[in-house]
Design a protein around this ligand. Structure first.
Ligand SMILES: *Cc1c(COP(=O)(O)O)cnc(C)c1O
Length: 390
């Protein structure tokens, strides 16, 4: 499709993948709440429909919608973000293969690459893209894929994917990207050279903290391979969760607009508060990747980090005084969530190493929701008052 005739992502989020309707059809897509479908009788050798195969029509509809948003051929929803990631990695690797991955990864992804893939005879080399851009020198003859996450958790670093995508193309292996933090509204992986994109749809795509799902998008051939893994390992998405996911995606455009706007507003506001030492948000000129992010992203996202003066004690007071924002892991929902990477995603990392990664004591991660931004400001101000009362 030529670029200028491409519908706006907000339009795709509502209409892509939905079959054309005739008079009397429901305006909203139906749920095919079924495990199995008629077929397979004598003389019928057409492919069977079975929900575990990932070809339930509700699942297919959501897959097609996310693929359209990502500008990719095909998409497949699965039971969680980790299911999307692990099925992708298992589909792409065989015994003796090698993976070259960014070291700045979601914890479970990193552990899967470091500990689980080796049990299947494949190995991984990690490269820190923030300090080393020389992916080429880490390639081996048996390197089968490059893996990159953008933006990273929780420091929201944005690596320019272009040279990595260029390298992948040159040697003819796929670049796999996890762009959960950006959502397909803020970053369209297909347009930026990713061959495969994976999402934790539990986050922005679903958007209401009420479902667990993942999505993988790529070429039709590749998505078929992932679907084949699904048959063996079984993490199909339940049709009801698929329908809820579609319901969430229908408002993705406006939600992301508001997430982007509120997080940037609050990032600037936090910068003026005396209890805050540093604010981490790619929309701020003080962020190390502000320029790259401005070029690569269509929005800076709803995530932000603050480093409180006063370390752990300040963190405790801040979290304890919040009334509107909830202290909880995860992100991307309508409600504002606050978490301490020290106790969640980076629990296993020793303090000095964590500080070197840009996550010192006092680091608080915020997933800015859709509440009124003045109400959030008031809630955060109260929490900062508790910090300064000491
Ligand atoms: C949450 C998350 C995952 C895992 O997703 P689940 O849906 O919890 O399985 C993977 N990658 C990133 C970047 C995430 O934030």
């Amino acid at each position: 499709m030529p670029k200028n005739s491409r519908p706006d992502p907000s339009t795709l989020a509502i209409h892509a993948g939905v079959p054309p309707a005739v008079r009397g059809d429901p305006v909203t897509p139906p749920i095919y709440q079924a495990a199995t479908f008629h077929g397979g009788g004598p003389g019928d050798d057409a492919p069977l429909r079975y929900t575990r195969y990932g070809n339930n029509p509700t699942i297919e509809m959501v897959g097609a919608k996310v693929a359209a948003l990502e500008e990719m051929e095909a998409g497949l929803p699965l039971a969680s973000g980790m299911a999307a990631i692990t099925m992708t990695l298992l589909a792409l690797t065989r015994e003796g293969d090698h993976v070259l991955a960014s070291s700045q990864l979601y914890g479970a992804t990193r552990l899967f690459l470091a500990e689980e893939l080796p049990r299947r005879g494949a190995s991984t080399t990690f490269i820190d893209p923030l300090i080393d851009q020389d992916w080429r020198s880490r390639l081996r003859k048996n390197t089968r894929l490059l893996y990159l996450e953008l933006p990273t958790n929780p420091t929201l670093r944005v690596v320019d994917p272009a040279p990595i995508a260029q390298l992948a193309r040159e040697i003819g292996i796929p670049l796999v990207m996890d762009t959960t933090f950006a959502s397909p509204i803020n970053f369209r992986a297909g347009a930026h050279g990713a061959d495969v994109v994976v999402h934790s749809a539990t986050k922005y795509l679903g958007g209401h903290s009420d479902l667990t799902a993942g999505v993988v998008c790529g070429t039709s051939d590749f998505v078929r391979e992932v679907q084949a893994m699904l048959r063996h390992y079984g993490p199909a998405l339940d049709p009801h969760a698929a329908w809820l996911l579609d319901r969430g995606i229908r408002t993705l455009g406006v939600r992301m607009e508001r997430h982007n706007e509120s997080a940037l507003h609050l990032a600037r506001w936090f910068e003026t508060q005396p209890e805050v030492d540093t604010v981490i948000h790619p929309g701020l000129p003080s962020h190390p990747d502000h320029k790259v992010a401005g070029r690569v992203l269509d929005g800076f996202g709803g995530m932000l980090g603050i480093v409180l003066k006063g370390g752990r004690e300040a963190e405790e007071r801040f979290c304890g005084a919040l009334r509107l924002a909830a202290v909880a892991p995860s992100l991307g929902g309508v409600e504002t969530l606050v978490s301490l990477p020290r106790l969640t995603s980076h629990r296993g990392v020793p303090a000095p190493e964590r500080a070197a990664m840009g996550i010192p004591d006092g680091f608080v991660r915020l997933s800015i929701g859709l509440e009124g931004v003045r109400d959030l400001e008031r809630d955060f101000r109260e929490a900062l008052n508790a910090v300064s009362r000491g």
